[in-house]
Design a protein around this ligand. Sequence first.
Ligand SMILES: Nc1ncnc2c1ncn2[C@@H]1O[C@H](COP(=O)(O)OP(=O)(O)OP(=O)(O)O)[C@@H](O)[C@H]1O
Ligand SMILES: [Mg+2]
Length: 358
Amino acid sequence: MIEFNNVYKRFGETMAADGITIGFPAGQISVLIGPSGCGKTTLMKMINRLEDPDSGTVSINGSPVSDRDPVELRRSIGYAIQEVGLFPHYSIFENIALVPRLLKWPEHRIKDRVMELLDLVTLDESYVQRYPAELSGGERQRVGLARALAADPDILLMDEPFGAIDPINRSTIHNTFLGIQEELRKTIVFVTHDMQEAVKLGDAVAILNAGQILQFDTPEQILSNPESDFVAELLGKDRRIQILSLKKNSEYASMDGVVTLPESQSSPENAKIALNSAGETIAFLVSETGALTGRYYLDGDRVVRDAKPLHLDRKMDLRETLSMMLETGERLLPVTGKSRTLIGVIRLEKLVEEVASL
Ligand SMILES: Nc1ncnc2c1ncn2[C@@H]1O[C@H](COP(=O)(O)OP(=O)(O)OP(=O)(O)O)[C@@H](O)[C@H]1O
Ligand SMILES: [Mg+2]
């Protein structure tokens, strides 16, 4: 647990922290969001003593950080930021090995750790001898994440770490990051400008303005009950659609009314009978193990077989699903789990009803 108690920090006329009292729970991702200059980076830097408060206390697990040696403290906390990033003249290996080296780990342990981390951030071994300039922006950010995790710190401070990545790669790195967190359960403070990112990654989101915390709540609460006009405005007009990004396909998929046919007895005739009696237009073919292997759909009076139907991963969120439906024109899509097991379907009308009811 990281706690701020009545913390003030002024730079000249600017109040970067104006009476901050907040607690970031252990093992969770707490996101800070707010306009440029509102004090997000300063708040984060007071945790690893890159800045010290003018008054008030910052403590980790009940001990004030002001009692800790700043250098030792910084080595015990992972730090990932957008701009400074990696050292250009160090190879990827040397970049990731930085903190373990400073901590004087034995060489073989460092080597194992670097390999383990590359694997964790889904980069293969061929990357170790390369230099940052030879990597894409998204790959560099993965290395930045690996470096922050290198010495296995309990706390990770991340200041817009994925800011420079395009939306498609950002979505991939978000999923990698959430997968890692599911396993490691670090205490993470994460700064972003992007509300969609805040809502997707945060267990809780803190809205800051002019050195003050306006609201600190779960993404659901923030989106559904913004405490002030300022917060509502920051959330933007598509607030309702954003709520969809909080729900996973797996929680929402349903087998209600779904027509399935065992692969072994599938024929266009059977499909047509089953569809007509259920009043549906799509039937899914499933193998003995429950895997999705195809579909039949009605096209006017004809039944068409489709051996490679589009399907949604159970971990995708409803916002991604909605955009995929709008892009492809599909009104009903199957959701699959491990080994392509059919776990249910999502219907466009239901999603639209969901948005309208929020
Ligand atoms: N070392 C410093 N000296 C003087 N002023 C500073 C210093 N560090 C921060 N400030 C000021 O304090 C305020 C808060 O800065 P901070 O970097 O915390 O903002 P931020 O919320 O991270 O902004 P951004 O979203 O642009 O990164 C700003 O007005 C900034 O100019
Ligand atoms: Mg900042």
